[in-house]
Design a binder for this molecule. Structure first.
Ligand SMILES: NC(=O)c1ccc[n+]([C@@H]2O[C@H](COP(=O)([O-])OP(=O)(O)OC[C@H]3O[C@@H](n4cnc5c(N)ncnc54)[C@H](OP(=O)(O)O)[C@@H]3O)[C@@H](O)[C@H]2O)c1
Length: 355
């Protein structure tokens, strides 16, 4: 927990979850900051620094004091804002950030321990902290550079700059290898895996990721838990038009190891844009939401939470009211029957469309 204040929640609080075996306990839901400080997501036009501070404070008021960020979000501005808000507000928070390689597609990706150290130092400076709680490799490196990456990540823990390490956008094989290498060579437990996972993109259920994380005790932080707003129901048939955000589909698939499903998805109409076909799913979500006096977005978040205790959604909110609405998902639990009904309905639609 990143604060001078040690009177924070304890693991005894039953709503808290441990990130892997790190000893770091966070609420059952976190907050994504991908949109912070980024013009592409409306920063500076539809929302400002002041709006983000109001969102930040509302997250803490709602008990959601776990934030996921990255050195690339808003080109560093997201980390800077998070650091500024944390100092100003004063309440304890848990921060996960990421190391992003300078040249993502450079096959050599000539990375040294020093490079990671330097990048982490910059993040710590922006975040105004001495240690980050969770440090994640944002994207997988080339296979031949993987050991060096993992050595460098382990070093961040050994040097006390990070309390735990995680991976992001890794395949199941990479995750298993990384876990075993970090543990056998460095005695460091891999704590988390960030992967595309939501009710419309369920790859972790079938590509071995969920099973591997269960076996190894690695926390899953789902990327795009609300499918960039689609799973709130606002874009359902007859509702708001929806277009530019359809890139979600490609993030759900494995971008770094494109297989058959990825290329098939690339060639076809994005899943989210089958608005008529997806209506039966939203009808089921709506019925479950009504039964719990909740919202469709809360159903989507609860479905993820119900999928496994290791899963901690990190939705991105654009307003304080979205924060309170998402946080209220923790106020009720989906039954096993509701979970099965949702999963089956989605699977039937996906089969009918041919995804
Ligand atoms: N590791 C990676 O490569 C990676 C990649 C992507 C994301 N992530 C992480 O995952 C986090 C979550 O992803 P995300 O924020 O991009 O997408 P998301 O959580 O799936 O969707 C967030 C969007 O949904 C809408 N929304 C949120 N709560 C709502 C509510 N209660 N009611 C109605 N609309 C609501 C907002 O957009 P509007 O209000 O504009 O509709 C918001 O920007 C990121 O912030 C980041 O931390 C990681």
């Amino acid at each position: 927990m990143t604060s001078d204040d040690t009177s924070s929640k304890t693991p005894e609080d039953r709503t808290m979850k441990q990130i892997g075996a790190s000893g770091i306990f966070v609420p059952a839901m976190g907050n994504g900051t991908q949109a912070w400080g980024d013009k592409r997501f409306g920063y500076g036009t539809s929302y400002t620094r002041d709006n983000l501070y109001a969102i930040y404070k509302m997250c803490l008021d709602a008990g959601l004091n776990f934030f996921d960020t990255s050195d690339t979000y808003g080109k560093g501005l997201a980390e800077e804002l998070l650091g500024e808000f944390h100092r100003k507000d004063g309440r304890p928070v848990t921060i996960a950030t990421k190391f992003t390689q300078a040249k993502l597609y450079d096959p050599n990706r000539n990375l040294s321990v020093r490079a990671v150290k330097t990048v982490l130092e910059s993040s710590l400076k922006r975040l105004q902290v001495d240690t980050v709680d969770l440090y994640q490799v944002h994207y997988p490196p080339a296979r031949r550079a993987l050991d060096r990456y993992l050595d460098a990540m382990a070093d961040t823990v050994k040097s006390g700059k990070a309390k735990a390490v995680g991976v992001s956008n890794f395949s199941t094989d990479y995750l298993r290898y990384s876990y075993s290498y970090l543990w056998s060579v460095h005695g460091v437990r891999l704590a988390s895996s960030q992967v595309g996972f939501n009710l419309l993109h369920r790859h972790p259920e079938t590509n071995g990721m969920l099973d591997a994380c269960r076996e190894l005790g690695v926390t899953i932080l789902p990327i795009l838990p609300l499918a960039e707003g689609v799973l709130t129901g606002k874009y359902r048939a007859g509702g708001q038009e929806y277009g530019s955000q359809a890139a979600t589909l490609f993030r759900g698939a494995s971008l770094f190891e494109p297989g058959e499903s990825f290329f098939k998805a690339m060639r076809s109409k994005p899943y989210e844009m089958h608005r008529e076909e997806l209506e039966p799913l939203f009808d089921v979500m709506d019925a479950i939401a009504r039964a719990h006096e909740g919202t469709i977005a809360q159903v989507a978040l609860n479905w993820l939470i119900a999928s496994d205790p290791l899963v901690i959604p990190i939705p991105g909110a654009k307003s304080p009211s979205q924060v309170t609405s998402n946080a209220a998902a923790l106020g009720w639990t989906m039954s096993a029957t509701e979970f099965r009904r949702l999963s089956q309905t989605e699977a039937e639609i996906r089969r009918a469309i041919g995804y």
